[in-house]
Design a protein around this ligand. Structure first.
Ligand code: TRP
Length: 346
């Protein structure tokens, strides 16, 4: 029995720009691993979208495609359950982007708050970058996804996708489902240095590929409470990096609250809370490391995940794009064979 017929469809993705870290894990991947059992799931490696930022560093994208796939496999995304797609192998994504561009009001792009933020941080951006929210809408719509699991910052892009889908359906007939966003458990994990975001360029990451020793030394370097000199001084939780992470990684709320109480009343020190955190992170990463070892010894399975997934996704993309061309009444070869029809005569 093919259960996929019953299942709703998910599409989500990442731009391949480097190794994945704990921020990706708690913000997205952990959620994706659960979702792959319940949905017909498509995970996109958006290397074309990444070019919008890194056209002058294509080597980085190229190297990251396989690295991201290995990270995905390592956290437990399973190519038997889910479909991995490399965007650049499916030119239909580009074709649909161009067609959707035609019905997307410029004002919707200019007003996109995430895009505005990102543009404000750069001197100038490429047209490709400016257009990436539309290409993201195409990613989602080509797969006719019902649900898009993403981080908070991506919500404006899902809203745009909904608007484009509604407009397309109104102009050319019911074609696309209107997708919903689904936000992960920890929308944004701060860096180990306490900065707003864990990010490769800030050098404040714990990577999924870090060894247990590396995790230990990174946790030891974390900021805690600068006002606290002796263990017996009352500790502060607020703004304390270690406790922010404990909130993200501790499953036992009762035990965590107890630990916070003891920290605030000066009964437990930094060394102890850091060792608890190190253990929690390493417990999370241990199965990830084991899977990574497995796949690094079975590289043919990495290749197969990419090739088979992309093949399957390309068929879907071809079907959708041909439906879209039909809905938009774009001249096709059949019209040309029947040239009178092409010229609009009866
Ligand atoms: N913009 C997303 C990010 O940077 C990646 C992405 C590309 C995506 N296409 C998508 C996310 C489609 C969800 C749906 O993380």
């Amino acid at each position: 029995m093919n259960q996929n017929i019953e299942k709703k469809r998910i599409l989500t993705g990442m731009r391949p720009t480097g190794a994945l870290h704990l921020g990706h894990y708690v913000g997205a991947l952990e959620n994706w691993v659960n979702l792959q059992d319940q949905y017909d799931s498509y995970f996109l490696i958006a290397d074309y979208q990444a070019l919008g930022d890194y056209a002058e560093d294509v080597g980085r994208i190229r190297d990251s495609v396989v690295q991201v796939v290995i990270d995905w496999l390592s956290v437990g995304l399973d190519p038997k359950k889910a479909t991995f797609v490399v965007q650049s192998y499916v030119p239909e994504y580009a074709e649909l982007t161009m067609l959707l561009d035609m019905i997307t009001p410029l004002g919707l792009i200019r007003g996109n708050p995430t895009l505005k933020d990102e543009m404000a941080r750069q001197n100038d951006v490429s047209m490709g970058f400016f257009n990436y929210p539309v290409s993201q809408a195409a990613d989602i719509l080509i797969n006719k996804a019902h649900l898009v699991p993403v981080g908070n910052d991506q919500l404006p892009h899902i809203e745009l996708t909904r608007e484009i889908a509604r407009k397309f359906n109104r102009l050319y007939g019911q074609t696309f489902p209107i997708p919903d966003a689904l936000v992960g458990r920890v929308p944004r994990l701060i860096g180990i240095d306490g900065q707003a975001k864990m990010s490769k360029s800030l050098g404040n990451c714990i990577y999924l590929s870090d060894s247990s020793e590396t995790v230990k030394s990174k946790v030891e370097r974390m900021y805690t409470d600068p006002t606290r000199i002796r263990i017996s001084d009352p500790g502060h939780i607020e703004g304390n990096v270690v406790f922010t992470y404990l909130d993200a990684f501790h499953n036992d709320r009762g035990e965590l609250n107890d630990l916070k109480q003891r920290y605030m009343s000066g009964k437990v020190g930094d060394v102890k809370v850091k060792s608890i955190l190190t253990k929690l992170i390493n417990d999370t990463l241990e199965p990830v490391r084991e899977r990574r070892n497995y796949y690094e010894a079975h590289t043919e399975e990495i290749r197969e995940a990419i090739v088979e997934g992309t093949k399957k996704a390309k068929l879907i993309a071809e079907t959708t794009v041909s439906e879209v061309r039909g809905a938009m009444n774009i001249l096709d070869y059949e019209d040309l064979n029947n040239i009178r029809k092409a010229m609009g005569s009866k």
